[in-house]
Structures are given as C-alpha cells and as structure tokens.
Design a protein around this ligand. Structure first.
Ligand SMILES: [Zn+2]
Ligand SMILES: [Zn+2]
Length: 113
C-alpha cells in the first residue's frame, strides 16, 4: 500500500482500480454501468511478513475485468496464483487513486464499501 497526496484529502492511502473504473471515477459517472467489484489479493506468498490471514489488499475491478480475468470476488486470491495469466496484464492497467476519493465515488454508485 502506497501513499498519495490528494488535493482534497491530503496524505492518504492509495487504492488500485482497473482503468475502466478509473474512467468512470474521473467522470464521476454515477450510472454505474460497469459495476464495482472488490477483489482481495494476498501478498504473503511474495512477502512472508504479511502472514496475518486478514492481511490483504483490496483492488477494484469492473464487471468486464472480473469476467475477463476470472477474478474471484468471494475469497482472497494469492498474488502468485495465475499471476502469468492476469496479474502482470492487469497490473500495468491498474490506476492508483486516493482511497477516500474512491470511497466517496463508490457511495454515489450505491455500493457501500
Ligand atoms: Zn475494468
Ligand atoms: Zn482524496
């Protein structure tokens, strides 16, 4: 988890979202045509210090990305799982935004975090 300096919220944690959601977010598109899905990713396989079972990073994906990369929304995935199939692919396309800004946007599309 990195830190971002948000013009509205100041120093904040970042959240990674797919570039489709980023477009909606930038346009503050609250019609929610793509859906907002939470995917929990565990990095303890690449960072053994993260061994708390509750320790995961939340990323957000639209419905299309969930389908395309077959991402589970019901359980955390290991970062190493299927990494060649999608992690490298989507990581390049992930956008980083202020977690508070995204939560506020998420509220306007009707899904509470
Ligand atoms: Zn997407
Ligand atoms: Zn912000």
């Amino acid at each position: 988890m990195g830190i971002i300096i948000c013009p509205i919220h100041g120093r904040q944690m970042i959240v990674e979202i797919c570039h489709h959601l980023h477009q909606d977010f930038l346009q503050q598109n609250s019609n929610n045509p793509r859906g907002v899905n939470e995917v929990r990713i565990r990095y303890d396989d690449i960072d053994p210090e993260l061994n708390d079972p509750a320790d995961h990073t939340v990323h957000y994906f639209c419905n299309d990305c969930i389908k395309k990369y077959q991402l589970p929304t019901d359980k955390p995935i290991q970062s190493i799982e299927r990494i060649e199939q999608y992690h490298n692919a989507f990581h390049k396309k992930m956008s980083i935004v202020c977690v508070k800004c995204f939560k506020e946007y998420h509220l306007t599309v009707g899904n509470s975090l």
